[in-house]
Design a protein around this ligand. Sequence first.
Ligand SMILES: [Zn+2]
Length: 263
Amino acid sequence: MTRIALFAIMLLLIVTTLLSATPGEDINALTATISAEFSGKTARQWGEAVTGVRTRLATDERVLALTLDACGSPTGKGVDLHLLNFLTREQIPATLFVNARWIDANLELFKQLAANPLFEIANHGMWHKPASVNGRSAYGIDGTRDLKELIQEIELNARKVEGISGSRPRYYRSGTAYYDELAVQVANRLGHEVIGFSVLGDAGATLPAAKVKAALSASRPGDIIIAHMNHPEAGTGAGIMAAVPLLKKQGFRFVRLSDYRLQ
Ligand SMILES: [Zn+2]
């Protein structure tokens, strides 16, 4: 056997090993590997914009990324069909952060959304927990209690989304959008960019339509807008639908997160 043939076989072996190391890897083995990498590190930050969280698009162009969360709590399994139909009719792209429980409650719709090129599916966690390596909480919701639960929170929903849609999500937003900086690094390690926001669109689907409209109308080039698609009873949908024509008149267009580099 020639040296070149040997080299080619070795290269093939290395590539095969690398390829098989990430997506289908046993979750316990993956947890052990990542836990070893992060052992001895202490989280120092806690919030919505800690180190590593992407909050804007890296551009001065008049583009906006509309991101819609579907949280899947017992009262958060709804669908704002009016809003989704509007976005489809008006051809407004959006990035949809879906939680595993919401997928289970809306499986057929999820498949339709994932198959629609207007929308991009992103990861909103398995149990919708704040992303912590030590159980810190936000808004009274307990964060993931350790690395193991954090890895499962991100990875299990990534695999769920990929199993149904055929595409592994590239973006992660935790339940409540709270993180410590190590959790952000863990999400990166699992192949996700961590997405915050620069425009608080509906404050957890609590704002009336007029305030949602006002929040969106103040958008600047490159903003990432956070709002919700799982609360049809809220003011979110009406507020977005009122703001979109105004923003278009100001020369803005809407893009998906993957259309631009993140900042
Ligand atoms: Zn949520």
